[in-house]
Design a protein around this ligand. Sequence first.
Ligand SMILES: [Zn+2]
Length: 86
Amino acid sequence: MHRAEKCTKCGCIEIVHRVMVAHDGQRGEANVSLRLDADPTAMFLKKSVRSIFHAEVCSACGYVEFYAHNPAELLAAFRDAPGPAK
Ligand SMILES: [Zn+2]
């Protein structure tokens, strides 16, 4: 899991690591996830790949960086996707 060692905005080295990105839903708190569809035009089987992610937060200026937990799987779905958007 990637960790920020230094704030890219202010240079502070005190980073709050592994902050959960969550929302309060009807069934309680849950992770927010990224989703990429390898076949976005499909009616049903869009070959969706999901990844939760976490935040690294600067303790001085509050700047936030996000890191996906399975970027390789997202990349594979992106490469499989049709179309000129690559
Ligand atoms: Zn900062």
